[in-house]
Structures are given as structure tokens and as C-alpha cells.
Design a protein around this ligand. Structure first.
Ligand code: PLP
Length: 375
């Protein structure tokens, strides 16, 4: 293999490029008509009533947290995510509580219930659809109804996922869901993100906060606007949204290709020392393909494996380092939570290349090389 195979990569075709160029030749580069087209296409796709496109997934999490959380409230979340998920809780002045994960890499909702029973000051759960696999929706609904808590689903990995008929981003059992359109995710706008919700009230608040907290109504003087909240500039451009609209049309193909790759990996590792984090059951849109290896049984360490694979032009990645063990979080007093499943996960797991453009030959090469290096 001559070309380096990374763990994730975007898929841009000529029609995507043309869509962006069309905007460049138009009157509006930003805050024009294409933002609304993208938002409408996303809310239609997910089956949510409202959608707000924003500058990136982190901005989406920030705006959602400002409307969902109050200062000092406790929020259950997962250590197995990108930093932005729990950082957003901190942005709102609230307090993340890290709960251990289940075997599939998602937050353990049974443990969440134990926490909720013990502590009535917990007001929300931030659940990440890790690797593209949505959390147990029946249990999520049960927790939301039973404990009257607010739910955010971080679906940055999971656009295109469907869990027993429930689409990621539909907010069927959550108040707000967010997406990221960073190039490694399912579809890209370079940088970009979106929020979906079925609540008109939350939608209007977040919309105002996206644009400096500014409001302009028909009864105002022509030049007038009012700043009613301390908002931000979290706008996304029309160029980016044009790319998003074009990419969204291809999402079903993208996901189908990821399914094919996932099934091939599943089959290849079935009787080997490489364990797939979960096997294909239609509940994941496979942003990541994570495998687990018990390195204590092997001569090779995880670092050596990463380095050897890199020499052979294959990029492995680790999703994720436990957030609660990051220096910043340790300074805040985190890091000593009882999370045995996450600890073991961190020792044993890593992600293999997974993206629509990964060819059959490349995939075969990844499988063959991994098994060879581990032997
Ligand atoms: C990528 C990602 C984010 C942040 O998205 P950006 O667009 O990079 O800001 C948040 N949560 C998860 C789980 C992610 O993977």
C-alpha cells in the first residue's frame, strides 16, 4: 500500500465542489438562503421539528447547554467522548458527573439510574451515541419520564443511525440533539454543526443565542435591533451549508458503504484475538469501527502496535482517552471515579480505518496486517 490509510476521511465529489462554487458566485456568502435550506433538509432527514445549523459541533453543544442547564446543576455524562461533550456542561456553569460505560462503549444507563436514585439534584443526562450507536432508547425514555430529567443526545457520530425505528437527531426521547460536520464525521461542511429539537421554546432561544442574542421584529424601526441575551457569533456560512446540502443527499450511500465495511471486519475477526466492540445489528451508523484486544496475553504493547501499523501505512486511533482523566479535569477534582469498564476499554480498544472511500483492497490489507502484527 503506497497511500497512507487514516482512520477516517471525507468523501467530496465534483457536485459537492460545484455546489460551493455556486454560492461563491451568488450574493450571499453567509446568512443567505442556503443556511435555511440545509436546516430544513436536516430536520426533514431526522424527523425533528426544528434545526439550527451552527459553526461547529462544539458551538451546538454550547448553545444547547445554555438553554438546557442552570448554573451548578449536576449532569450525568460519559468519559468516553470527545472533550467537547463535557466541556459544554462546564461552559454553562454546571457540573459533569462521569458515569462508567457499558460494553458497547456507550454510557451505562443502568448506572445512570443508580445515580438518579441517590441524588435528586441531578438534572440531566448528556448521552453520546458513541461510534454511531445510539443509546438504548427505551431506557432513555424511561429515565426521562421517571426522573423528569433533561436529555441531550450528542449524535456527532450518529447521523444516519436508526435504533428500532428511531432516527438519530429526531429527539424522540431527548430535548436536544447535536451533530458535527467535521471532515472525519459522516458528512462534512469542513467545520460545522447542527442542533435539532422538537421544542419551539428551546429552538427560539438557541436561534437568538447563535446571533449575539439579537432580536429584530417587524414593528421595530428599520435600523433597530435589540440585544436581549448575551449571545455569540456561531453562524455557519452559505458556502458550508451548500456543501452540507450536497453531502446530505449522499448520506444513505455513505452509511450503506460503512455497513458493508463493518460486516467485513465483523467476519474477519470473528474467530481471532481481535474482538469487535459490537457486531452489526443495525443500531449503529458506524462512524467508528472499534476493536478490543487483550494486550496482557500478547508480546506486543498497544504503543508498539500503533507504531508498527503506522510503519505499514495504517493509521489507528484511540477513541477516547477518558475525559475525566485529562489534566484540566483532574485540577477540578475529577479522575478518581470508579469506572472499571472504561479503564479496561482504554487499555484494550482502538479504532480501525472506516470511511466510505476505503476500498476492498485497503480493507483486506488492514485486516491482514493487523492480524499479522498481533500474531
Ligand atoms: C466531533 C465531536 C464533537 C465536536 O464537534 P466539532 O464540530 O469538532 O466541534 C462533539 N462530540 C463528539 C462526540 C464528537 O465526536
Amino acid at each position: 500500500m503506497k497511500q497512507f490509510i487514516s482512520y477516517g476521511k471525507q468523501f467530496i465529489e465534483q457536485d459537492d465542489i460545484d455546489a460551493v462554487v455556486d454560492v461563491l458566485k451568488s450574493d450571499y456568502l453567509t446568512t443567505g438562503p442556503v443556511v435555511k435550506v440545509f436546516e430544513k433538509a436536516l430536520s426533514n432527514y431526522c424527523g425533528a421539528k426544528y434545526c439550527i445549523a451552527v459553526a461547529n459541533g462544539t458551538a451546538a453543544l454550547h448553545l444547547a447547554s445554555l438553554v438546557l442547564l442552570n448554573k451548578d446543576e449536576k449532569v450525568l455524562t460519559t468519559p468516553n467522548s470527545f472533550l467537547a461533550t463535557s466541556n459544554a456542561i462546564l461552559y454553562a456553569g454546571a457540573k459533569p458527573i462521569f458515569v462508567d460505560i457499558a460494553k458497547d462503549g456507550n454510557i451505562d444507563l443502568d448506572l445512570c439510574e443508580e445515580e438518579l436514585k441517590k441524588d435528586s439534584s441531578i438534572k440531566a443526562i448528556y448521552a453520546v451515541s458513541f461510534s454511531g450507536r445510539m443509546v438504548n432508547q427505551e431506557k432513555l425514555k424511561y429515565l426521562k419520564d421517571t426522573y423528569s430529567i433533561r436529555i441531550l443526545e450528542d449524535n456527532a457520530h450518529a447521523i444516519g443511525a436508526v435504533y428500532n425505528g428511531i432516527k438519530a437527531g429526531s429527539c424522540t426521547n431527548s430535548d436536544v440533539s447535536i451533530f458535527s460536520f467535521h471532515p472525519v464525521k459522516h458528512l462534512t461542511t469542513a467545520e460545522g454543526g447542527a442542533i435539532t429539537t422538537n421544542s419551539k421554546e428551546l429552538y427560539e432561544k438557541m436561534l437568538t443565542l447563535r446571533g449575539h442574542g439579537m432580536v429584530k421584529t417587524p414593528d421595530m424601526k428599520p435600523w433597530e435591533y435589540e440585544m436581549r441575551e448575551l449571545g455569540f457569533n456561531y453562524r455557519i456560512t452559505d458556502m458550508q451549508c451548500a456543501l452540507g446540502v450536497s453531502q446530505l443527499k449522499k448520506l444513505p450511500q455513505f452509511v450503506k458503504k460503512r455497513f458493508t465495511i463493518a460486516k467485513k471486519y465483523d467476519d474477519a475477526f470473528k474467530d481471532s484475538i481481535v474482538k469487535s466492540l459490537y457486531t452489526f445489528d443495525g443500531k449503529s451508523s458506524y462512524h467508528l469501527y472499534v476493536v478490543q484486544v487483550d494486550f496482557t496475553q500478547l508480546k506486543i504493547s498497544k504503543v508498539e502496535l500503533f507504531n508498527k501499523m503506522r510503519e505499514k501505512q495504517i493509521g489507528l486511533q484511540l477513541h477516547y482517552i477518558p475525559i475525566n482523566k485529562q489534566p484540566y479535569y483532574e485540577k477540578l477534582g475529577y479522575g478518581n471515579e470508579n469506572t472499571p469498564v472504561m479503564d479496561r476499554y482504554y487499555e484494550e480498544c482502538f479504532s480501525l480505518p472506516m470511511y466510505p472511500l476505503l476500498s476492498d483492497d485497503e480493507q483486506a490489507y488492514v485486516i491482514e496486517t493487523l492480524l499479522e502484527v498481533l500474531k
